[in-house]
Design a protein around this ligand. Structure first.
Ligand code: EPZ
Length: 438
Protein backbone atom coordinates (compact mmCIF):
# COMPACT_ATOMS: atom_id res chain seq x y z
CA UNK A 1 0.00 0.00 0.00
CA UNK A 2 1.35 3.42 -0.85
CA UNK A 3 1.13 6.36 1.51
CA UNK A 4 -1.10 8.90 -0.15
CA UNK A 5 0.28 12.43 0.08
CA UNK A 6 -1.89 14.79 2.00
CA UNK A 7 -3.19 16.64 -1.05
CA UNK A 8 -6.83 17.58 -0.82
CA UNK A 9 -8.70 14.38 -1.63
CA UNK A 10 -11.57 14.65 -4.09
CA UNK A 11 -15.04 13.55 -3.08
CA UNK A 12 -15.23 9.79 -3.33
CA UNK A 13 -17.19 8.99 -6.50
CA UNK A 14 -20.47 7.27 -5.65
CA UNK A 15 -19.10 4.15 -7.30
CA UNK A 16 -16.11 4.17 -4.96
CA UNK A 17 -17.91 1.66 -2.77
CA UNK A 18 -16.82 -1.08 -5.12
CA UNK A 19 -13.81 0.50 -6.82
CA UNK A 20 -11.97 0.53 -3.47
CA UNK A 21 -10.12 3.73 -4.33
CA UNK A 22 -10.75 5.05 -0.85
CA UNK A 23 -8.37 6.48 1.69
CA UNK A 24 -8.00 5.08 5.18
CA UNK A 25 -6.23 6.27 8.30
CA UNK A 26 -3.91 3.84 10.09
CA UNK A 27 -3.45 4.94 13.70
CA UNK A 28 -1.18 3.49 16.40
CA UNK A 29 -2.75 4.31 19.78
CA UNK A 30 -1.20 5.14 23.12
CA UNK A 31 0.52 8.52 22.85
CA UNK A 32 -0.68 11.71 24.53
CA UNK A 33 -1.29 14.53 22.05
CA UNK A 34 0.34 17.83 22.87
CA UNK A 35 1.13 21.08 21.08
CA UNK A 36 -0.69 23.78 19.15
CA UNK A 37 -3.22 23.39 16.34
CA UNK A 38 -4.61 26.15 14.11
CA UNK A 39 -8.34 25.56 13.77
CA UNK A 40 -9.70 26.06 10.24
CA UNK A 41 -12.67 28.09 9.07
CA UNK A 42 -16.04 26.47 9.76
CA UNK A 43 -17.60 24.29 7.06
CA UNK A 44 -21.08 25.07 8.35
CA UNK A 45 -20.39 28.80 8.29
CA UNK A 46 -18.75 28.77 4.84
CA UNK A 47 -21.47 26.86 2.96
CA UNK A 48 -24.36 29.31 3.57
CA UNK A 49 -22.06 32.27 2.82
CA UNK A 50 -21.09 30.60 -0.46
CA UNK A 51 -24.81 30.29 -1.29
CA UNK A 52 -25.39 33.94 -0.34
CA UNK A 53 -23.02 35.05 -3.14
CA UNK A 54 -25.92 34.28 -5.52
CA UNK A 55 -27.85 37.20 -4.00
CA UNK A 56 -25.57 39.82 -5.56
CA UNK A 57 -23.77 39.95 -8.93
CA UNK A 58 -20.06 40.71 -8.56
CA UNK A 59 -16.83 39.33 -7.12
CA UNK A 60 -17.18 37.93 -3.59
CA UNK A 61 -14.19 37.17 -1.33
CA UNK A 62 -14.26 34.55 1.42
CA UNK A 63 -11.07 34.54 3.49
CA UNK A 64 -10.23 31.72 5.95
CA UNK A 65 -12.40 29.44 3.84
CA UNK A 66 -11.57 25.79 4.63
CA UNK A 67 -10.35 23.65 1.74
CA UNK A 68 -12.73 20.68 2.12
CA UNK A 69 -14.57 18.25 -0.08
CA UNK A 70 -17.81 20.03 0.83
CA UNK A 71 -16.63 23.57 0.05
CA UNK A 72 -15.22 22.29 -3.26
CA UNK A 73 -18.51 20.57 -4.01
CA UNK A 74 -20.40 23.76 -3.25
CA UNK A 75 -18.02 25.56 -5.61
CA UNK A 76 -18.97 23.05 -8.30
CA UNK A 77 -22.67 23.72 -7.71
CA UNK A 78 -22.06 27.45 -8.12
CA UNK A 79 -20.02 26.84 -11.30
CA UNK A 80 -22.90 24.77 -12.65
CA UNK A 81 -25.03 27.88 -12.20
CA UNK A 82 -22.51 29.92 -14.19
CA UNK A 83 -20.40 31.44 -11.43
CA UNK A 84 -16.58 31.46 -11.50
CA UNK A 85 -15.04 29.94 -8.36
CA UNK A 86 -11.35 29.88 -7.43
CA UNK A 87 -9.62 28.64 -4.31
CA UNK A 88 -6.17 30.05 -3.53
CA UNK A 89 -5.21 28.24 -0.32
CA UNK A 90 -7.80 29.47 2.17
CA UNK A 91 -9.24 32.28 0.06
CA UNK A 92 -12.27 31.50 -2.06
CA UNK A 93 -13.18 34.05 -4.74
CA UNK A 94 -16.64 33.68 -6.28
CA UNK A 95 -17.68 35.79 -9.28
CA UNK A 96 -21.45 35.53 -9.70
CA UNK A 97 -21.70 38.13 -12.49
CA UNK A 98 -22.16 35.43 -15.08
CA UNK A 99 -24.75 33.27 -13.31
CA UNK A 100 -26.95 32.03 -16.18
CA UNK A 101 -28.67 28.93 -14.87
CA UNK A 102 -30.96 28.15 -11.95
CA UNK A 103 -30.59 24.38 -11.97
CA UNK A 104 -28.73 22.50 -9.20
CA UNK A 105 -28.51 18.92 -10.47
CA UNK A 106 -29.06 15.69 -8.53
CA UNK A 107 -25.50 14.43 -9.26
CA UNK A 108 -24.09 17.22 -7.09
CA UNK A 109 -26.91 17.71 -4.57
CA UNK A 110 -26.89 13.99 -3.65
CA UNK A 111 -23.24 14.29 -2.52
CA UNK A 112 -23.97 17.26 -0.28
CA UNK A 113 -27.36 18.14 1.22
CA UNK A 114 -26.33 21.73 1.90
CA UNK A 115 -26.59 22.37 -1.86
CA UNK A 116 -30.25 23.11 -1.12
CA UNK A 117 -29.04 26.47 0.24
CA UNK A 118 -29.03 27.78 -3.36
CA UNK A 119 -32.84 27.52 -3.58
CA UNK A 120 -33.76 30.68 -1.64
CA UNK A 121 -31.08 32.92 -3.20
CA UNK A 122 -31.99 31.77 -6.73
CA UNK A 123 -35.69 32.48 -6.14
CA UNK A 124 -34.89 35.83 -4.53
CA UNK A 125 -32.54 37.04 -7.26
CA UNK A 126 -33.83 35.31 -10.42
CA UNK A 127 -37.45 34.42 -9.54
CA UNK A 128 -36.78 30.83 -10.59
CA UNK A 129 -34.98 27.68 -9.43
CA UNK A 130 -34.79 23.97 -10.17
CA UNK A 131 -33.02 22.26 -7.28
CA UNK A 132 -32.82 18.54 -6.64
CA UNK A 133 -34.32 17.37 -3.38
CA UNK A 134 -31.45 16.23 -1.11
CA UNK A 135 -31.54 12.55 -0.23
CA UNK A 136 -31.26 11.21 3.30
CA UNK A 137 -27.90 10.84 4.96
CA UNK A 138 -25.96 8.19 6.89
CA UNK A 139 -28.24 8.37 9.87
CA UNK A 140 -31.63 8.65 8.26
CA UNK A 141 -34.14 11.09 6.79
CA UNK A 142 -33.46 14.79 7.08
CA UNK A 143 -36.61 16.60 5.99
CA UNK A 144 -36.59 19.99 4.26
CA UNK A 145 -40.27 20.79 4.80
CA UNK A 146 -39.47 24.01 6.69
CA UNK A 147 -37.31 25.27 3.80
CA UNK A 148 -40.25 24.72 1.43
CA UNK A 149 -43.16 25.94 3.58
CA UNK A 150 -41.14 29.03 4.53
CA UNK A 151 -40.46 29.95 0.89
CA UNK A 152 -44.09 29.20 0.00
CA UNK A 153 -45.17 31.56 2.78
CA UNK A 154 -43.04 34.18 1.01
CA UNK A 155 -44.98 33.63 -2.22
CA UNK A 156 -42.95 30.95 -3.99
CA UNK A 157 -45.12 28.48 -5.93
CA UNK A 158 -42.96 25.33 -5.72
CA UNK A 159 -43.64 22.14 -7.67
CA UNK A 160 -42.03 18.96 -6.45
CA UNK A 161 -41.74 16.22 -9.01
CA UNK A 162 -39.18 13.76 -10.30
CA UNK A 163 -37.04 14.53 -7.25
CA UNK A 164 -36.73 18.23 -8.05
CA UNK A 165 -38.07 21.40 -6.45
CA UNK A 166 -39.07 23.80 -9.23
CA UNK A 167 -40.12 27.44 -8.94
CA UNK A 168 -40.93 29.76 -11.86
CA UNK A 169 -42.11 33.40 -12.11
CA UNK A 170 -41.58 33.81 -8.38
CA UNK A 171 -41.72 37.23 -6.73
CA UNK A 172 -40.93 36.77 -3.07
CA UNK A 173 -42.75 39.00 -0.59
CA UNK A 174 -42.39 39.49 3.16
CA UNK A 175 -44.09 36.99 5.49
CA UNK A 176 -44.45 36.18 9.18
CA UNK A 177 -43.09 32.65 9.57
CA UNK A 178 -42.73 30.54 12.73
CA UNK A 179 -40.38 27.53 12.66
CA UNK A 180 -42.10 24.51 14.27
CA UNK A 181 -38.61 23.13 14.86
CA UNK A 182 -35.43 25.16 15.29
CA UNK A 183 -33.60 24.50 12.02
CA UNK A 184 -30.11 25.75 11.11
CA UNK A 185 -30.54 25.18 7.38
CA UNK A 186 -34.10 26.45 7.08
CA UNK A 187 -33.17 29.61 9.02
CA UNK A 188 -30.25 30.24 6.65
CA UNK A 189 -32.52 29.60 3.66
CA UNK A 190 -35.25 32.04 4.67
CA UNK A 191 -32.85 34.66 6.01
CA UNK A 192 -31.13 34.82 2.60
CA UNK A 193 -34.40 34.81 0.65
CA UNK A 194 -35.91 37.58 2.81
CA UNK A 195 -33.08 40.05 2.13
CA UNK A 196 -34.39 40.72 -1.41
CA UNK A 197 -38.09 39.97 -0.83
CA UNK A 198 -40.68 42.70 -1.26
CA UNK A 199 -41.53 44.03 2.23
CA UNK A 200 -40.89 42.84 5.79
CA UNK A 201 -40.29 39.24 6.87
CA UNK A 202 -40.53 38.22 10.54
CA UNK A 203 -38.93 34.86 11.38
CA UNK A 204 -39.81 33.34 14.77
CA UNK A 205 -38.03 30.52 16.60
CA UNK A 206 -34.91 30.83 14.41
CA UNK A 207 -31.64 28.98 14.91
CA UNK A 208 -28.98 31.07 16.67
CA UNK A 209 -25.97 28.85 15.94
CA UNK A 210 -22.93 31.14 15.32
CA UNK A 211 -22.88 29.99 11.67
CA UNK A 212 -26.33 31.52 11.18
CA UNK A 213 -25.96 34.67 13.28
CA UNK A 214 -22.73 35.43 11.42
CA UNK A 215 -24.45 34.78 8.06
CA UNK A 216 -26.94 37.50 9.05
CA UNK A 217 -24.09 39.87 9.98
CA UNK A 218 -22.39 39.23 6.63
CA UNK A 219 -25.65 39.93 4.78
CA UNK A 220 -26.08 43.16 6.77
CA UNK A 221 -22.53 44.21 5.78
CA UNK A 222 -23.71 43.80 2.17
CA UNK A 223 -26.66 46.14 2.70
CA UNK A 224 -29.36 43.80 4.03
CA UNK A 225 -31.69 45.24 6.66
CA UNK A 226 -31.85 42.72 9.51
CA UNK A 227 -32.79 43.18 13.16
CA UNK A 228 -32.74 40.76 16.08
CA UNK A 229 -29.73 38.65 15.04
CA UNK A 230 -28.71 36.38 17.91
CA UNK A 231 -32.27 36.25 19.24
CA UNK A 232 -35.07 33.80 18.37
CA UNK A 233 -36.98 36.52 16.44
CA UNK A 234 -35.41 38.12 13.38
CA UNK A 235 -36.96 40.86 11.22
CA UNK A 236 -35.75 41.41 7.65
CA UNK A 237 -36.79 44.37 5.48
CA UNK A 238 -36.24 43.53 1.82
CA UNK A 239 -33.93 45.75 -0.24
CA UNK A 240 -33.50 46.13 -4.00
CA UNK A 241 -29.96 44.80 -4.18
CA UNK A 242 -26.97 43.80 -2.09
CA UNK A 243 -23.25 44.48 -2.41
CA UNK A 244 -20.79 41.59 -2.95
CA UNK A 245 -19.49 39.77 0.16
CA UNK A 246 -15.98 40.30 1.52
CA UNK A 247 -15.58 38.41 4.78
CA UNK A 248 -13.46 36.00 6.83
CA UNK A 249 -15.14 32.71 7.73
CA UNK A 250 -15.33 32.13 11.51
CA UNK A 251 -13.37 29.32 13.16
CA UNK A 252 -14.91 25.87 13.24
CA UNK A 253 -16.32 25.31 16.74
CA UNK A 254 -16.86 21.61 16.03
CA UNK A 255 -13.30 21.02 14.82
CA UNK A 256 -12.14 22.91 17.94
CA UNK A 257 -14.31 20.67 20.15
CA UNK A 258 -12.98 17.61 18.36
CA UNK A 259 -9.34 18.46 19.16
CA UNK A 260 -10.33 19.40 22.72
CA UNK A 261 -11.79 15.89 23.03
CA UNK A 262 -8.46 14.49 21.77
CA UNK A 263 -6.70 16.19 24.72
CA UNK A 264 -9.36 14.86 27.10
CA UNK A 265 -8.81 11.29 25.90
CA UNK A 266 -5.02 11.19 25.52
CA UNK A 267 -4.21 13.18 28.69
CA UNK A 268 -2.16 15.71 26.72
CA UNK A 269 -2.18 19.51 26.54
CA UNK A 270 -3.45 21.06 23.31
CA UNK A 271 -3.73 24.76 22.49
CA UNK A 272 -6.41 25.56 19.92
CA UNK A 273 -5.43 28.66 17.91
CA UNK A 274 -7.62 31.19 16.05
CA UNK A 275 -10.81 30.07 17.85
CA UNK A 276 -13.82 31.88 19.36
CA UNK A 277 -14.20 30.31 22.84
CA UNK A 278 -17.82 31.44 23.26
CA UNK A 279 -18.80 29.41 20.19
CA UNK A 280 -17.99 26.09 21.83
CA UNK A 281 -18.56 26.86 25.51
CA UNK A 282 -21.02 23.95 25.93
CA UNK A 283 -18.37 21.50 24.71
CA UNK A 284 -15.67 23.06 26.92
CA UNK A 285 -17.89 22.91 30.04
CA UNK A 286 -18.68 19.26 29.40
CA UNK A 287 -14.97 18.48 29.05
CA UNK A 288 -14.23 20.38 32.28
CA UNK A 289 -16.93 18.27 33.95
CA UNK A 290 -15.02 15.18 32.75
CA UNK A 291 -11.86 16.42 34.48
CA UNK A 292 -10.10 18.59 31.87
CA UNK A 293 -8.38 21.85 32.74
CA UNK A 294 -9.44 24.56 30.30
CA UNK A 295 -7.78 27.98 29.93
CA UNK A 296 -9.73 30.44 27.77
CA UNK A 297 -7.93 33.37 26.07
CA UNK A 298 -9.30 35.85 23.53
CA UNK A 299 -8.68 33.65 20.48
CA UNK A 300 -7.00 30.60 22.01
CA UNK A 301 -8.08 27.79 24.33
CA UNK A 302 -5.69 25.37 26.07
CA UNK A 303 -7.08 22.05 27.25
CA UNK A 304 -5.21 19.60 29.47
CA UNK A 305 -6.71 16.15 29.76
CA UNK A 306 -6.89 14.20 33.06
CA UNK A 307 -5.13 10.85 33.48
CA UNK A 308 -8.57 9.32 32.87
CA UNK A 309 -11.78 11.26 32.08
CA UNK A 310 -14.71 11.06 34.48
CA UNK A 311 -18.03 9.80 33.09
CA UNK A 312 -20.45 12.63 32.23
CA UNK A 313 -24.02 12.74 30.92
CA UNK A 314 -24.64 14.58 27.63
CA UNK A 315 -27.91 15.73 26.06
CA UNK A 316 -27.67 17.50 22.70
CA UNK A 317 -29.66 20.69 22.26
CA UNK A 318 -29.80 23.59 19.81
CA UNK A 319 -27.26 26.37 20.41
CA UNK A 320 -26.18 27.39 23.01
CA UNK A 321 -26.74 23.83 24.28
CA UNK A 322 -24.41 20.90 23.65
CA UNK A 323 -24.17 20.44 19.84
CA UNK A 324 -25.30 17.21 18.15
CA UNK A 325 -22.17 17.54 15.95
CA UNK A 326 -20.09 16.79 19.05
CA UNK A 327 -22.20 13.83 20.25
CA UNK A 328 -20.09 11.13 18.58
CA UNK A 329 -16.83 12.68 19.77
CA UNK A 330 -18.17 12.86 23.35
CA UNK A 331 -19.16 9.21 23.10
CA UNK A 332 -15.53 8.38 22.30
CA UNK A 333 -14.47 10.22 25.48
CA UNK A 334 -17.17 8.41 27.47
CA UNK A 335 -16.08 5.02 26.11
CA UNK A 336 -12.83 5.17 28.16
CA UNK A 337 -14.15 7.30 31.05
CA UNK A 338 -14.28 6.19 34.67
CA UNK A 339 -17.96 5.39 35.20
CA UNK A 340 -21.18 5.27 33.18
CA UNK A 341 -22.28 8.10 30.89
CA UNK A 342 -25.78 8.60 29.46
CA UNK A 343 -25.68 10.27 26.02
CA UNK A 344 -28.96 11.48 24.49
CA UNK A 345 -29.35 13.06 21.05
CA UNK A 346 -32.55 15.11 20.95
CA UNK A 347 -31.80 16.65 17.52
CA UNK A 348 -31.20 13.46 15.49
CA UNK A 349 -32.76 10.46 17.23
CA UNK A 350 -30.79 7.96 15.11
CA UNK A 351 -27.37 9.59 14.85
CA UNK A 352 -25.60 6.55 16.32
CA UNK A 353 -23.90 4.76 13.42
CA UNK A 354 -20.61 5.15 15.34
CA UNK A 355 -21.88 2.90 18.17
CA UNK A 356 -21.28 -0.52 16.53
CA UNK A 357 -17.88 0.63 15.24
CA UNK A 358 -16.79 1.84 18.71
CA UNK A 359 -18.07 -1.49 20.08
CA UNK A 360 -15.69 -3.30 17.72
CA UNK A 361 -12.89 -1.51 19.57
CA UNK A 362 -14.18 -2.77 22.90
CA UNK A 363 -16.48 0.08 23.92
CA UNK A 364 -19.39 -0.99 26.12
CA UNK A 365 -22.42 0.92 24.78
CA UNK A 366 -26.07 0.01 25.13
CA UNK A 367 -28.32 1.93 22.73
CA UNK A 368 -32.01 2.37 23.54
CA UNK A 369 -33.67 4.59 20.94
CA UNK A 370 -31.88 7.95 21.07
CA UNK A 371 -30.20 7.21 24.42
CA UNK A 372 -26.79 5.53 24.64
CA UNK A 373 -25.62 4.17 28.01
CA UNK A 374 -21.80 4.04 27.88
CA UNK A 375 -19.91 2.08 30.53
CA UNK A 376 -16.32 3.30 30.36
CA UNK A 377 -13.62 0.65 29.89
CA UNK A 378 -9.96 0.83 30.93
CA UNK A 379 -8.61 0.30 27.41
CA UNK A 380 -10.00 0.11 23.90
CA UNK A 381 -8.31 -2.22 21.45
CA UNK A 382 -7.27 -1.26 17.93
CA UNK A 383 -9.36 -2.80 15.14
CA UNK A 384 -10.34 -2.21 11.52
CA UNK A 385 -13.42 0.07 11.61
CA UNK A 386 -15.46 1.93 9.03
CA UNK A 387 -16.42 5.58 8.94
CA UNK A 388 -20.09 6.15 8.14
CA UNK A 389 -20.45 9.91 8.40
CA UNK A 390 -18.43 12.98 9.15
CA UNK A 391 -18.53 13.15 12.94
CA UNK A 392 -18.60 9.37 13.41
CA UNK A 393 -15.27 9.25 11.53
CA UNK A 394 -13.81 11.82 13.91
CA UNK A 395 -15.01 9.81 16.91
CA UNK A 396 -13.36 6.64 15.56
CA UNK A 397 -10.08 8.49 14.98
CA UNK A 398 -10.21 9.79 18.57
CA UNK A 399 -10.84 6.30 19.90
CA UNK A 400 -7.94 4.97 17.82
CA UNK A 401 -5.59 7.51 19.44
CA UNK A 402 -5.99 5.77 22.81
CA UNK A 403 -6.66 2.18 21.69
CA UNK A 404 -4.16 -0.63 22.27
CA UNK A 405 -2.33 -1.28 19.01
CA UNK A 406 -3.34 -0.40 15.44
CA UNK A 407 -6.68 0.87 14.14
CA UNK A 408 -7.56 1.32 10.49
CA UNK A 409 -10.41 3.74 9.89
CA UNK A 410 -11.62 3.21 6.34
CA UNK A 411 -13.86 5.36 4.09
CA UNK A 412 -12.40 8.54 5.51
CA UNK A 413 -13.72 10.54 2.60
CA UNK A 414 -16.45 11.28 5.16
CA UNK A 415 -13.80 12.93 7.33
CA UNK A 416 -12.39 14.90 4.40
CA UNK A 417 -15.80 16.51 3.88
CA UNK A 418 -15.53 18.54 7.07
CA UNK A 419 -12.00 18.46 8.49
CA UNK A 420 -9.12 20.24 6.76
CA UNK A 421 -5.76 18.37 6.93
CA UNK A 422 -7.06 16.31 9.85
CA UNK A 423 -4.37 13.61 9.81
CA UNK A 424 -1.57 16.17 9.36
CA UNK A 425 -2.88 18.16 12.34
CA UNK A 426 -2.95 14.98 14.45
CA UNK A 427 0.64 14.10 13.39
CA UNK A 428 1.77 17.62 14.31
CA UNK A 429 0.37 16.95 17.80
CA UNK A 430 2.41 13.75 18.10
CA UNK A 431 -0.07 11.12 16.94
CA UNK A 432 1.12 8.15 14.89
CA UNK A 433 -1.27 8.48 11.94
CA UNK A 434 -0.76 7.46 8.35
CA UNK A 435 -3.12 8.10 5.43
CA UNK A 436 -3.14 5.17 3.02
CA UNK A 437 -4.95 4.44 -0.20
CA UNK A 438 -6.91 1.19 0.01
C1 EPZ B 1 -27.03 21.67 10.10
O1 EPZ B 1 -27.80 20.72 9.40
C2 EPZ B 1 -25.59 21.21 10.02
N1 EPZ B 1 -25.17 21.18 8.62
C3 EPZ B 1 -25.44 19.82 10.64
O2 EPZ B 1 -24.06 19.52 10.65
C4 EPZ B 1 -25.92 19.87 12.09
O3 EPZ B 1 -25.87 18.57 12.63
C5 EPZ B 1 -27.35 20.41 12.14
O4 EPZ B 1 -27.42 21.70 11.49
C6 EPZ B 1 -27.86 20.58 13.57
O5 EPZ B 1 -27.03 21.48 14.25
C7 EPZ B 1 -24.79 22.34 8.05
O6 EPZ B 1 -24.79 23.40 8.67
C8 EPZ B 1 -24.34 22.26 6.62
P1 EPZ B 1 -31.33 21.35 11.07
P2 EPZ B 1 -29.36 21.02 9.07
O7 EPZ B 1 -32.19 21.81 9.96
O8 EPZ B 1 -29.52 22.46 8.76
C9 EPZ B 1 -35.35 19.00 11.63
C10 EPZ B 1 -22.14 18.27 10.27
O9 EPZ B 1 -21.78 17.29 10.92
N2 EPZ B 1 -35.78 19.65 10.39
O10 EPZ B 1 -30.92 22.32 12.14
O11 EPZ B 1 -29.80 20.04 8.06
C11 EPZ B 1 -34.26 17.95 11.40
O12 EPZ B 1 -34.84 16.71 11.05
C12 EPZ B 1 -23.59 18.41 9.85
O13 EPZ B 1 -21.40 19.24 9.94
C13 EPZ B 1 -37.12 19.51 9.98
O14 EPZ B 1 -37.91 18.84 10.63
O15 EPZ B 1 -30.02 20.69 10.47
C14 EPZ B 1 -33.55 17.90 12.74
O16 EPZ B 1 -34.25 17.04 13.61
C15 EPZ B 1 -24.35 17.12 10.07
N3 EPZ B 1 -37.50 20.13 8.83
C16 EPZ B 1 -33.69 19.33 13.27
O17 EPZ B 1 -34.69 19.98 12.47
C17 EPZ B 1 -36.66 20.90 8.08
O18 EPZ B 1 -37.09 21.47 7.04
C18 EPZ B 1 -32.42 20.13 13.12
O19 EPZ B 1 -32.03 20.07 11.76
C19 EPZ B 1 -35.32 21.04 8.51
C20 EPZ B 1 -34.90 20.41 9.67
Amino acid sequence: MDVATSVLPTAAPSSSRNSGTMDALVIQGGRPLSGRVAISGAKNAALPVMAATLLAPGVHRLRNCPQLVDTRTFGKVLEKLGAKVTFQKNECVIDTTGVNSVEAPYELVKTMRASIYVLGPLLARFGAARVSLPGGCAWGPRPVNLHLTGLQAMGAQLDIDHGYITGKDVKLHGAHFNFDVVSVGATAQLLMAATLADGVTVLENVAIEPDITVLGEVLAQCGAKIEGLGTRRVTVTGVKELRPIDTAIIADRIEAGTFAAAAAMTGGTITLEQVIPDHFEASLRKLEESGCTVVREVDEVTITGPSRPRAVDVTTMVFPGFPTDMQAQMMAVASIANGTSVITDTIYLDRFTHVPELARMGANIELKGNVAVVKGVERLSGAPVMATDLRASAALALAALVAEGETKVSRIYHLDRGYENFDQKLRDLGARVERIRE
